[in-house]
Design a protein around this ligand. Structure first.
Ligand SMILES: [Zn+2]
Length: 151
């Protein structure tokens, strides 16, 4: 996995057509913003303008806790590409995080080496908390294990 041509920009890891400027601005301010359906109350994250649950066209901004539960993860060596993050020497895995407000997302969980991954895998699901990560050109949302919640 050393081929730089396969590097995925982190912006593109999530479907960019669902991402709005306000969402990214929120992250820069340390806020996780989603949309809440005015009809059924479902939370859309990453934010969409319409509700995927019931199809209603009106949703409104809501600040999420950013906390959730890591349900599963894979080491990124499995992927045929890598994130530019790797060039920064950051250890991470890709996992499924269910946010406390409901939505499940594919997310990056920082600070998990192969060794740590083997330790925590049998303990899943585990609590995670948000990390507002400065990529230089923008701030993005990653997660890390919420060690405080283990004890
Ligand atoms: Zn709805």
């Amino acid at each position: 996995m050393t081929d730089n041509n396969n590097t995925i920009k982190t912006e593109d890891f999530w479907n960019p057509e669902h991402i709005v400027e306000k969402f990214w601005n929120g992250l820069a301010e340390g806020k996780v913003l989603g949309r809440k359906c005015k009809e059924c109350g479902a939370i859309e994250f990453p934010p969409h303008l319409a509700c995927n649950e019931c199809g209603y066209h009106e949703t409104e901004w809501i600040e999420l806790s950013g906390k959730g539960t890591l349900k599963s993860f894979v080491f990124t060596g499995i992927l045929n590409a890598r994130l530019e993050l790797e060039d920064k020497g950051v250890k991470y895995v890709c996992g499924e995080v269910q946010l406390d407000e409901g939505p499940s997302i594919n997310a990056i969980i920082l600070g998990i080496t192969k060794k740590k991954g083997r330790e925590i895998e049998p303990k899943l699901p585990l609590r995670v908390k948000p990390v507002f990560f400065d990529m230089g050109r923008y701030t993005t949302l990653f997660f890390e294990l919420d060690e405080d919640s283990y004890f």
